[in-house]
Design a protein around this ligand. Structure first.
Ligand SMILES: [Zn+2]
Length: 242
C-alpha cells in the first residue's frame, strides 16, 4: 500500500538503533495512533532530525512516501518542549511510564486521537504543575477506558443486580465485572471511594479528579494490575515511588 507524504503531530514512544546509522522510532501520532517509522540516517543527520527525536517534546513529523510496511520518517522538529518534566526525576519517570503504557495498551495504526490528546494533556500538566503519585494510575485507567477495557462496576455480572452507588464492590478480573456476595463474590475489593474514582478517571478530564486516599490508591492499583494481566497479558509500569 503506497502512502503519500504527510505531516502530523507526534510524541516519541521509543527509538531503537537500526543498522549503522538509522533508527526505528515508535510514535504516538495524532492522525494514525501508534506507528513505527524508519528514520534513515537519524544517528548522523542533525539537519533532518536535529535533536528532535527525544521523548519530552511534542514533535511535528513528516512521514515520507513509502510502499513498505514501516512508515518513513522524513523529518522531525520540536514543536513544544516540556522542559518542566526534567525538573524532577519522579516526574520524568512517570512521563516515561505513561509513554510505555501507551505503547503497551493501544493497538498499532489505529486512530487514537483522544489518547493522543490525553497524553499531551498529561505532559502539559506535568510541565506546568509537576506530578504526584496518582497521576500515572489515573492516566492508565483512562487509557484502559479508551481501549474498551473499563471494568463495569455498576451491576453484578451474574445476576445483574445493581450495586448502590457509594457501596464497596468485589471485582472479578476475568469478566471485568463485579460479582455480588450472593453470587459468590470475587477477589478484588474496591471501596466505595476507589470505585467512584475509577469511574471518574475513565470518563475523561482525569487530571481534574480528586486525589484518592492512600487506601483507595492501593485498591485501584491492584485492580489495574489484575485487569492488565488478565486482558492484555501485560505488566503495566507502576509509579516510581511505589
Ligand atoms: Zn449477583
Amino acid at each position: 500500500m503506497a502512502r503519500p507524504t504527510q505531516f502530523t503531530e507526534a510524541l516519541l514512544l521509543r527509538a531503537v538503533d537500526y543498522r549503522d546509522s538509522d533508527r526505528i522510532v515508535t510514535l504516538l501520532s495524532r492522525d494514525h495512533g501508534p506507528i513505527s517509522a524508519l528514520a534513515r540516517g537519524a544517528r548522523n543527520s542533525r539537519k533532518r532530525f536535529g535533536g528532535a527525536l527525544e521523548p519530552c517534546a511534542l514533535l511535528q513529523v513528516e512521514l515520507g512516501e513509502t510502499r513498505g510496511e514501516l512508515f518513513r520518517l522524513a523529518s522531525a522538529e520540536v514543536k513544544q518542549h516540556f522542559a518542566g518534566l526534567s525538573r524532577s526525576l519522579d516526574c520524568l519517570r512517570r512521563a516515561g511510564a505513561a509513554l510505555k503504557t501507551v505503547r503497551m495498551v493501544l493497538p498499532a495504526e489505529e486512530p487514537a486521537e483522544q489518547a493522543f490528546a490525553d497524553t499531551l494533556g498529561l505532559f502539559e500538566h506535568f510541565d506546568a504543575h509537576g506530578s504526584t503519585n496518582w497521576h500515572l494510575l489515573a492516566f492508565q485507567f483512562r487509557l484502559l477506558a479508551l481501549a474498551g477495557l473499563s471494568p463495569d462496576l455498576e451491576r453484578c455480572g451474574r445476576c445483574d443486580r445493581e450495586a448502590p452507588p457509594t457501596r464497596a464492590v468485589l471485582l472479578d478480573l476475568a469478566s471485568g465485572r463485579i460479582r455480588c456476595r450472593r453470587c459468590g463474590g470475587a477477589d478484588v475489593y474496591l471501596s466505595g471511594e476507589a470505585r467512584a474514582w475509577i469511574e471518574r478517571v475513565g470518563e475523561g478530564s482525569f487530571l481534574d479528579a480528586e486525589p484518592p486516599s492512600e487506601r483507595a490508591r492501593v485498591e485501584t492499583r491492584r485492580a489495574l494490575t489484575g485487569l492488565a494481566a488478565q486482558h492484555l497479558s501485560l505488566e503495566l509500569p507502576v509509579d516510581p515511588t511505589d
